[in-house]
Write a protein that binds this ligand. Structure first.
Ligand code: HH2
Length: 280
């Protein structure tokens, strides 16, 4: 399995790590840490040195209740960081749901568009079609400001799966090749902790849609609900969720803590590669 992005074809025969770069004052776990371009670029360099296979740059927080940012302000936050990140030798994703930001990001050399709205905004499909860019299509409902009111499901795995299949069809219908598409259940987006856990338990069914899956559990609130830990103490819980996601078919992990996740995956791969004595 591969993910075709603009400049790079990512081999997904082993799970890949997408390092998060939030150039925002208000992201839930690292808001304000990298919100000047110099700090954000240094963070990109550090994540690549730690083994990130790709970077995901975002200029607007999507945490529950986050305020919206207009396209010009979002672009102003990320433009310089994107330009520097594209020199680091790994694919660079831009986390945005705004067609105008997508277009500017593509002009500036982005390899992937990561859209929490799955290219549903008017003009979003047209903005990316024909560019050869990789896309990540994520499930959510409503807007970050109000999404938790929409966290009502009968069978959450089936409903998320139907949505993702429909969005993948829409993307292909507008000319985005299947090999450019990755799907994401959208952990934490318009879902209660129970929904998030049900989705992870049933995630293999989403993998069976036939597209690579990306999973974003890093530091999220459900992990705090389970462990009672504040956001800065959720690394062990994040690693456990990441490995469960891999065992249920995830091919890309979107994480804040790249070095630790890379180590966890090395252990996973070492076991996979071991020959068992006494068997043929
Ligand atoms: N989660 C967040 C943002 N973007 N994109 C995808 N594809 N999948 C996710 O799970 C996902 C995402 C939220 O995390 P973070 O970027 O750390 O926080 P914030 O939205 O507050 O900036």
């Amino acid at each position: 399995m591969h993910w075709q992005t603009r400049r790079f074809r990512l081999d997904l025969s082993r799970p890949r790590v997408m390092g998060i770069v939030n150039v925002t004052p208000d992201s839930f776990s690292d808001g304000g840490r990298h919100d000047d371009a110099r700090a954000a670029i240094a963070h990109c360099e550090r994540l690549v040195a730690e083994g990130a296979d790709l970077l995901d740059i975002g200029g607007e927080s999507t945490r529950p209740g986050a305020p919206r940012v207009d396209a010009d302000s979002e672009w102003a936050r990320i433009a310089g960081v994107l330009a520097a990140a594209t020199q680091l030798g790994v694919p660079v994703s831009v986390d945005t749901y705004k067609p105008e930001v997508m277009r500017r990001a593509l002009d500036a050399g982005a390899d992937v568009i990561n859209d929490v709205q799955a290219l549903q905004a008017p003009g979003a499909l047209a903005a990316v079609a024909g560019s050869g860019v990789g896309v990540c299509l994520m499930h959510m409902r409503g807007e970050p400001a109000s999404m938790m009111e929409l966290a009502v499901y009968g069978d959450v795995v089936a409903e998320v799966g139907a949505f993702l299949a429909q969005r993948a069809q829409a993307a292909q219908g507008s000319g985005i090749p299947a090999e450019c598409i990755v799907l994401d259940p959208g952990y934490g987006f318009a879902k209660t902790s129970t929904h998030n856990l049900q989705l992870l338990a049933g995630q293999q069914r989403l993998a069976e849609l036939g597209y690579p899956l990306l999973a974003g559990w890093s530091r999220k609130r459900t992990l705090g609900d389970i462990t009672g830990r504040p956001v800065e103490q959720r690394l062990p819980a994040s690693l456990a969720a990441a490995l469960r996601a891999v065992s249920a078919g995830a091919k890309v992990l979107r994480v804040h803590d790249v070095a630790a996740t890379v180590d966890a995956l090395k252990v996973w791969a070492a076991v996979d590669g071991a020959t068992i004595q006494g068997t043929e």
